[in-house]
Design a protein around this ligand. Structure first.
Ligand code: BG6
Ligand code: MG
Length: 232
């Protein structure tokens, strides 16, 4: 039997939490007199909480004491959690459940590889936690994406070599992390943004069962040159 390791990013791949990160960061930025646009929010995708606040401070040309920095991060997370607490299964992105169930039916190994420290509560809220054999999140890593640490730990926990793993990612940093780990990178989102990925789909509704079967059988492999990537 062919067994591969499928590693999913969370925010923007399984659930559309980017809108909640945006609302919480915007409130925080505005509270210290810094403007914050949706375009800037795009640049925070896949970026850790600490690094996100550093970037916002840079954009607004602000400096904070360490205590203020820590207090603002806690404030942002409190606001973010107030949105997360209202989430339910209706916020799972289209066809994510279909793909997860198909992989389970095919007895494939499934892990989460996310920068978020809120990954487990979010998966619980949307009733997907039990679908994952391993969870690697912001609490488990010391090096943020594009460092491949998060996915290498995921592969290890699944007991599957990185070259037999596949990552689903919506951020450039995450695609780069998968590529560095020699893992097949599948971008979920816009081709113009995720062109470094081996394969790109707008969302999971575009991903056929046949494509997934071809990954499992090994017919679909890592592209040797990302610039020549076939896009389904
Ligand atoms: C990533 C998100 O998955 O997790 C980022 O794309 C977010 O926007 C990061 O900042 C950290 O998340 P959290 O939940 O630990 O603040
Ligand atoms: Mg993401």
């Amino acid at each position: 039997m062919h067994k591969k390791g499928f590693i999913f990013d969370l925010d923007g791949v399984i659930v559309d939490t980017a809108k909640y990160h945006f609302l919480a960061w915007k409130k925080l930025a505005n509270s210290i007199g810094v403007d914050f646009s949706e375009t800037q929010n795009e640049q925070l995708k896949g970026v850790s909480r600490v690094r996100s606040l550093e970037k916002i401070l840079q954009w607004g040309n602000k400096t904070l004491s360490e205590e203020e920095f820590i207090a603002l991060m806690a404030q942002k997370n409190e606001d973010y959690l107030s949105y997360i607490n209202k989430m339910d299964a209706s916020e799972i992105l289209p066809d994510v459940s279909r793909v997860l169930d198909f992989l389970i039916e095919k007895q494939q190994a499934i892990a989460l590889g996310s920068a978020s420290k809120n990954a487990t509560p979010i998966l619980k809220k949307v009733h997907l936690l039990e679908k994952f054999e391993a969870i690697v999140d912001g609490n488990d890593v010391s090096k943020a994406k594009p460092n491949p640490e998060v996915f290498l730990i995921g592969a290890k926990l699944l007991g599957i070599a990185p070259e037999d793993c596949i990552v689903f990612e919506d951020s450039v940093a995450g695609v780069q992390a998968a590529n560095t780990a020699n893992i097949i990178s599948i971008g979920i989102g816009e081709k113009s943004v995720l062109h470094e990925a081996d394969y790109i789909f707008k969302d999971f509704t575009e991903m056929s069962q046949e494509f997934i079967e071809q990954i499992i059988s090994g017919e679909i492999q890592k592209q040797s040159n990302s610039d020549l990537s076939i896009n389904n």
